[in-house]
Design a protein around this ligand. Structure first.
Ligand SMILES: Cc1ncc(C[n+]2csc(CCOP(=O)(O)OP(=O)(O)O)c2C)c(N)n1
Ligand SMILES: [Mg+2]
Length: 554
């Protein structure tokens, strides 16, 4: 006989979960107790805020393709965690979050910390369920795992009533995950797609998602290179295609470079593989007309619910990304100049002009681009600073980027911790804004306790820069609610037991970074940057002046 907590935890071990990120609560003591027996097989990574824990689980899912596991308490615990659930959803990343729940004997009375999770996460998560009978733990957990990982991957919320967790059953735990083959493409449709591409003058491939296998990505690269078709990455998925490939042309994401907009607009045939057509990838739904784009669209996706969701394709193909890539063979066409211009424009776009800032992030990013190991993992949250890892770093086939499609501030630090927990041997560099960093800086304690040692670069410009930029464009010279008084970030890092340094000039960065790498503790480098250098190609003053001129006040 086992209780619900033991049945759940033993089943999770069998499914392949090795780490769970969480904050304890009295609502799921039986789960915590069961985790007492799985140390070394399924470890509980103790976090400081459920928002951090859920971000770590979301990042784990995005990095590994296996559901990120999160444990949180009811009510206030899960409300804190909701930011990570939303982020996993927008990222299409697999995640399962277990939430303690009030006992079934008092449900629907608005008992202490009670929430109806199906209602709360009905549209935020991919699925939300409550397990109210202990015998159903294996059934519903198996479904949660399958739901999180198949089709368009995403987060599943599983609520666990307290009395269910302590009830005894002789039901056996799961023995392992179901083996599920992804939908394979219809070969007639694949030939149609090849014919559409072969007949194109300006074809482009757009790819995204985190559920590619290495073989699938290689096959996609072989197809794109063999056909000489330029490739764009969907928002924050530029790590899924070798940026050094002569066909790679950039990221269709926030702050989209002009050449990327031009490529999508001027393309006559778009092959979109594993792409969710979000606002950022489409530049606010302007690059392709809704619902019928001018460009001929081939949309390949593992979920039938993504095909035709926004854009009616000329050809939709329901197929998993790997399964589709595996059956592709190159096409030929006369688009060499188109491809070469796309690549040249991309190469020009990653060269940053000199920045008006004590620490010049253009120089810093270039230095990292040239010196980080090929399997480095970069992470970031949200803010203007994200342009550096997102637009000026180059991701080879082994490098990874963990950056939130939800634009959630605070993601970078927990994602870097999760990456270090997953791959202690790899170099993990988090880019954080000063505002972004302070959303989850409490997780530095988690990092130190878990022995996870990322290097965190805080781009300290003293402002909530993104909002300030919008402010200057819409309400020039009326600064409101965007200036921060910051703590000493290096001292803060040292207080947590990490290496901390303030870097005042570009010339000081290299040595500081070497000391950070050499430290066994992880490090925070507080980089003094100027608010003027808010975007790589336009200063804050230029933004203000332009807006004042438009308003006739300049
Ligand atoms: C959780 C969350 N809260 C608020 C926002 C709105 N927001 C987007 S960027 C930003 C400012 C980011 O400031 P900082 O991290 O200092 O980066 P900077 O833009 O200065 O480089 C804010 C407040 C958000 N995206 N996420
Ligand atoms: Mg800032």
């Amino acid at each position: 006989m086992r209780n619900g907590g033991q049945l759940l935890v033993e089943s999770l071990v069998a499914l392949g979960a090795t780490k769970g990120f969480g904050v304890p609560g009295e609502s799921y003591l039986a789960v915590l107790d069961a985790l007492h027996d799985t140390v070394g097989r399924l470890d509980f990574v103790l976090c400081r805020n459920e928002g951090g824990a859920a971000f770590m689980a979301a990042a784990w899912g995005k990095l590994t393709g296996s559901p990120g596991i999160c444990f949180v308490t009811r009510g206030p615990g899960v409300t804190n965690a909701s930011i990570g659930i939303h982020t996993a959803m927008q990222d299409s990343a697999p995640m399962i979050i277990f939430v303690g729940q009030v006992g079934t004997d008092m449900r629907d009375r608005e008992a202490f910390q009670e929430i109806d999770y199906r209602a709360m996460f009905g549209t935020v998560a991919k699925w939300a369920v409550e397990i109210d009978r202990v015998e159903r733990v294996p059934e519903l957990l198996a479904r949660a795992w399958t739901t999180a990982t198949t089709g368009r991957p995403g987060p599943v919320v599983v609520a666990l009533p307290e009395d269910m967790l302590t009830s005894l059953t002789d039901k056996a735990p799961l023995a392992g995950p179901a083996e599920i083959a992804a939908p394979a493409p219809d070969m007639g449709a694949v030939e149609k797609a090849r014919a559409m591409l072969a007949g194109a003058e300006r074809p482009v491939i757009l790819m995204g998602g985190c559920n590619w296998s290495e073989a699938g990505r290689k096959a996609m690269q072989a197809f794109a290179e063999g056909s000489g078709i330029p490739v764009l990455a969907a928002f924050r998925y530029q790590d899924q295609f070798d940026n050094f490939s002569p066909v790679y042309a950039g990221e269709a994401g926030v702050g989209m470079p002009p050449h990327v907009k031009r490529i999508v607009k001027e393309a006559d045939v778009i092959l979109a593989v594993n792409v969710r057509f979000g606002e950022m990838t489409t530049d606010g739904y302007t690059l392709l007309d809704v619902p019928v784009p001018v460009q001929r669209l081939i949309h390949v996706h593992g979920s039938d619910r993504e095909i035709g969701k926004v854009y009616q394709p000329n050809l939709g193909i329901h197929a998993g990304p790997d399964a589709f890539a595996a059956v592709l063979s190159p096409v030929t066409g006369d688009w060499g100049d188109w491809r070469m211009k796309a690549r040249a424009d991309y190469e020009a776009s990653i060269e940053a002009p000199q920045q008006p800032s004590p620490v010049d992030m253009g120089v810093v990013t270039k230095m990292l681009r040239e010196s980080l190991p090929e399997d480095a993992i970069l992470t970031n949250g949200a803010g203007n600073f994200a342009v550096w890892p997102n637009k000026f770093y180059t991701f080879g086939p082994k490098a990874r980027l963990l950056a939130p499609q939800s634009g959630a501030m605070g993601y970078g630090v927990p994602a870097a911790i999760a990456a270090k927990v997953a791959h202690p041997e790899r170099t993990v560099v988090c880019f954080a804004g000063d505002g972004d960093f302070q959303m989850t800086s409490g997780e530095l304690a988690t990092a130190v306790q878990a022995g996870a040692c990322p290097i965190i670069l805080v781009l300290n410009n003293g402002i909530y820069g993104t909002i300030r930029a919008h402010q200057e464009r819409h309400y020039p010279a009326r600064v409101s609610g965007t200036v921060m008084q910051n703590p000493d970030f290096a001292a803060l890092a040292r207080a947590y037991g990490m290496h901390g340094e303030r870097v005042e000039t570009t010339a000081d960065f290299d040595a500081a970074f070497q000391r950070a790498l050499a430290s066994q503790t992880g490090a925070v480098l507080d980089l003094v940057t100027s608010a003027e250098a808010l975007t790589p190609r336009q200063t804050l003053s230029e933004m203000r002046a332009a807006a004042l001129r438009t308003k006739g006040q300049g």
